[in-house]
Design a protein around this ligand. Structure first.
Ligand code: DLL
Length: 429
């Protein structure tokens, strides 16, 4: 793999500014953002008033903890445009979550917001090792989902040549990678595995492809999966995180030279970690739920948004801005199996460590005889002995996570393939 470390002089100065400089900028912007939300969004005025707090009460960054949280329910209650802080005509773009778990969540962007979004995504793509003039194969879905168009904005801002292929039509993905020879690919890790299968199906060697870096996000994935993908494609694999409510992709990004967690672009998004049960902020380094406050957003300011993503904050390394550890999972995706908390990422780790198994899997939950049961459905790599592999995975899960599960190793191609975000859990209880 080539060294893709970006030259220092190409970074935004704030990426490597001192912590004091960053904190001063954050405090200024936080005051603006709280005022902007309070004055222009009835929900925030009502919520702050009910909590007996006013934007002027904030004199230090830690005062933010006195302000109320915003949840997905608040956004739903204000569907569709009730959380906008500017007149509708000043909103230049609308995106929305898929709404698979209920009413879609609608978000909006002013022209300035789109510019800032482009800049943080450009910063992210640069951190991945891309430079102006490079070719990018963008396989995140285009549409209401923020992935495709968000990456596209950043690619334009950085000066890349973008192939807006979107997700799906996997044979064509491989064909265009072969013909156009992109340097980077932006895609969910699970769909990257489908693309990888297609290379095999077409008898092509993915390691011989032009790809030098893959920028993976929109769903949890493990370091074990990183190793698998890096080896399969002979390219770097880095993590990009974001969510529609905060902006979309480009909230935080892993640097290709360190791959040690994701630097949060703290000049635009202020992070906190809270204990999900008490709502109290915890110290940096402690695990908990990630909470974000936007510092510059005009159309859709978001104050203390509970992401439900679990991670911890770590000090800066390749950049001064703090890092978040790879997301373990969403609190909604935590399975409680006979009293033990389990995340799909833990199953992924066990699976990747078991020889003879392909990286595709799905978890099925059932409740025969009023006892929760978990079945892991996965696939053998070609020619492997599936009985041995199933036994090995079940025993690894028992040893490392402490739960008994049933493992079914099926033929290659039996586990449902993802074209975007993978569905890891099928709950039949
Ligand atoms: O998934 C934005 C995005 C697009 C990020 C492309 C990265 C790349 P939503 O559809 O609103 O936005 O889903 C946001 O996806 O709260 C996390 O639970 C999960 N997620 C996003 N990135 C990561 C990641 C986009 N790198 C939700 N690791 C978030 C783990 C992630 N989970």
């Amino acid at each position: 793999m080539k060294d893709l470390t970006p030259a220092k002089h190409t970074l935004d100065p704030i990426e490597i500014a001192s912590r004091d400089e960053i904190a001063a900028l954050q405090l200024d912007r936080l005051k603006w953002s709280l005022n902007h939300a309070y004055q222009n969004v009835p929900h925030y005025k009502a919520a702050f008033d009910a909590a007996g707090i006013h934007p002027d009460d904030l004199t230090s960054l830690s005062d933010l903890a006195k302000f109320p949280f915003t949840t997905k329910q608040d956004l739903r209650a204000n569907y569709p445009f009730g959380m906008f802080a500017v007149p509708r005509k000043d909103v230049k773009r609308i995106h929305a979550s898929s709404g698979t778990t209920g009413q879609p969540t609608v978000v909006g962007y002013t022209e300035n917001d789109l510019k800032n979004w482009g800049n943080v995504v450009a910063r992210s793509l640069r951190a991945a090792g891309l430079q102006p003039g490079d070719l990018l194969h963008n396989a995140y879905g285009y549409g209401l989902f923020t992935g495709g168009l968000g990456i596209h904005l950043g690619a334009d801002a950085l000066g890349l040549t973008t192939i807006p292929i979107s997700g799906g039509m996997t044979p064509r993905q491989v064909r265009l990678i072969e013909d156009f020879k992109p340097k980077g690919i932006t895609v969910t890790p699970s769909y990257a595995l489908s693309v990888l299968d297609e290379f095999d199906a077409q008898n092509l060697d993915p390691r011989a492809s032009s790809l030098e870096v893959g920028i993976f996000g929109a769903e949890p994935w493990t370091n074990a999966m990183r190793t698998e993908i890096e080896q399969a494609f002979d390219m770097h694999a880095v993590d990009i995180y974001g969510l529609s409510e905060v902006i979309g992709p480009g909230v935080s990004m892993e640097c290709v030279e360190t791959k040690d967690g994701l630097h949060i672009w703290e000049d635009h998004f202020f992070p906190e970690i809270i204990d999900p049960n008490t709502g109290q902020p915890v110290e940096d380094g402690e695990m908990g739920e990630l909470v974000f406050t936007s510092l510059t957003k005009e159309a859709f300011p978001i104050i203390r948004y509970r992401t439900r993503d679990l991670t911890r904050l770590l000090p800066g390394t390749a950049r001064s801005m703090r890092r978040m550890e790879k997301v373990t999972g969403r609190s909604d995706d935590m399975i409680i199996l006979r009293g033990v908390n389990v995340f799909p990422t833990q199953i992924e780790e066990c699976l990747m460590a078991t020889p003879g198994l392909a990286p595709h899997f799905q978890i099925e939950l059932t409740k025969p005889d009023r006892m929760d049961q978990m079945r892991v459905l996965c696939e053998a790599t070609n020619g492997g002995d599936s009985t041995d592999a199933a036994r090995a995975l079940a025993s690894r899960i028992k040893q490392t996570i402490g739960i008994s599960v049933k493992v079914d190793v099926a033929h290659p191609g039996s586990v449902e393939r993802s074209q975007g975000k993978a569905v890891r859990i099928v709950d039949k209880r």
